[in-house]
Ligand binder design. Structure first.
Ligand code: UD1
Length: 425
């Protein structure tokens, strides 16, 4: 795995060529945690991306006793989880603090082992990210939970109890944690007001593949029949919609001509709608999105991030980068996370004109961006700065690439395959 922490970009070159989307980071992390529902069996996952966060999850699962086999070559990206009869229940502090998604082991581990200790997780610096909804749901299912010195201690007597749970907010992580917990609970659990991100559908198919009856309801609910024992299973991770959109926007920003393969168009409807509104030229055919060069600058647009199927918060920094060279004033309102505009001052160093007023970014399109030395403040901010560097005149240095490696597999190689001049230093 790459460890270089700085990327040098020689900008101003239109991207050209074809790339294929990686497996989705945010789908892979929860479906990897599904293995914690097994005992003495195996979960096989295909299309698992090679990323820092995935490696952190692998290390975390290994530390809990899971044996992990990784089969990666040009065509395969498979990870097999061999789960012992008895799992450990104490999550390592160092690993838990490395990423927010470490909280995803709480539900399945508690349901399977009866107790868990989980240091409160870390993650990107994009705002306060509590796990109160995860804990509230687990308590409603009968878990006893205490937090002492930053560590969550959870235990159950017997089994978790299936019941009806209403989520106060459609949190992605809470939905996933509770779906996994409900899989080994007694009786039926119905969770209302769940997140409906495509990653939730992926989790549902993985739970089904180990024998859990899961029914997603169109009205924003899920019904899960708890089972006594799961069996071995195999599933595939869906394509990464956020990665696909990052490259699409990079194509648009550089006035390039690129094809992105292995995209599920229905997963990116909100972005396609905004691209269309902004006048970008593209076509969508089955699983391929093609971006065409255009003589016109983008029209400005107004965007508000929302839970799926709304505009994804994970794509707003990249969209802001693209709109920073549109013709006119765009606005982006962030309604999911509190501190997701840290990239703005970095883009402004490159000549962008972005003003932040509370949770709204006002983006006045400029003619051109110029290369500069900038810092990736979080994962998607890093992606936005790379895109800006690709479109800017001259040389851009993106520091703190460590954030980018959390979510973008081989971004340097993929960009070079599209003709970009980028190198890791
Ligand atoms: C997941 C994604 C992340 C994405 C986000 C929203 C993974 C690994 N990460 O994060 O990339 O940006 O969905 O699409 O899948 N909240 C609470 N209490 C809780 C849980 C959440 O207040 O118990 C709040 C959060 O602080 C945040 C909002 O709800 O403001 C959304 O969080 P959530 O949907 O849980 O996101 P994650 O699962 O952390």
């Amino acid at each position: 795995m790459t460890i270089e922490n700085t990327m040098r970009i020689n900008g101003g070159i239109p991207l050209n060529g074809t790339i294929k989307t990686q497996g989705a980071k945010n789908a892979a992390l929860p479906v990897m945690a599904v293995c914690l529902l097994l005992r003495g069996q195996t979960l096989t996952l295909d299309n698992v991306p090679d990323l820092y966060d995935i490696n952190t999850m692998i290390e975390l699962l290994k530390a809990l006793g899971v044996e992990i086999e990784i089969n990666r070559d040009e065509k395969t990206s498979q990870v097999i989880f061999h789960v012992p009869e008895e799992l450990k229940w104490e999550v390592s502090e160092t690993l838990a603090r490395k990423m927010r998604a470490s909280s995803l082991v709480l539900g399945p581990l508690l349901a399977n082992c009866g107790k868990v200790s989980l240091p409160l997780p870390g993650g990107c610096s994009i705002g306060s990210r509590p796990i109160d909804l995860h804990l509230k749901g687990l308590k409603q299912m009968g878990a006893e939970i205490e937090i002492q010195n930053g560590i969550v201690y959870a235990k159950i007597r017997g089994k978790l109890r299936g019941r009806r749970i209403y989520l106060d907010f459609p949190s992605v992580g809470a939905t996933e944690n509770l779906m996994m917990a409900a899989s080994l609970a007694s009786g039926e659990t119905i969770i209302e007001n769940i997140a409906r991100e495509p990653e939730i559908d992926n989790l549902a198919t993985t739970l089904r593949c180990i024998g859990v009856p899961v029914e997603l309801e169109g009205t924003g609910g899920v019904r899960i029949q708890g089972i006594d024992k799961a069996h071995s299973g195999r599933d595939r991770v869906i394509p990464d919609r956020i990665e696909a959109c990052t490259y699409m926007l990079a194509g648009v920003m550089t006035n390039g001509h690129i094809k992105i393969e292995d995209v599920v168009p229905s997963h990116i409807d909100a972005i396609l709608a905004k691209l269309e509104e902004s006048g970008a030229k593209f076509s969508v055919k089955k699983h391929v999105v093609e971006i065409f060069p255009s003589k016109r600058k983008l029209h400005p647009v107004s965007i508000k991030t929302m839970p799926y199927p709304g505009f994804p918060t994970d794509s707003q920094p990249q969209m802001a980068a693209a709109l920073s060279i549109a013709k006119g004033v765009s606005t982006i309102e962030e309604s999911v996370f509190q501190a997701r505009f840290l990239y703005a001052q970095e883009l402004n160093r490159m000549g962008a004109d972005i003003q932040i007023s509370r949770d709204i970014a006002i983006i006045r399109g400029v003619d051109k961006l110029q290369g500069a030395v900038v810092k990736a403040t979080d994962l998607r901010a890093g992606a936005a700065l790379i895109m800006a560097g690709l479109a800017a005149e001259g040389e851009t240095i993106v520091e703190d690439m460590v954030h980018v490696w959390r979510g973008y597999e081989a971004i340097d190689k993929k960009l070079r395959a599209l003709g970009a001049q980028v190198e890791l230093i």
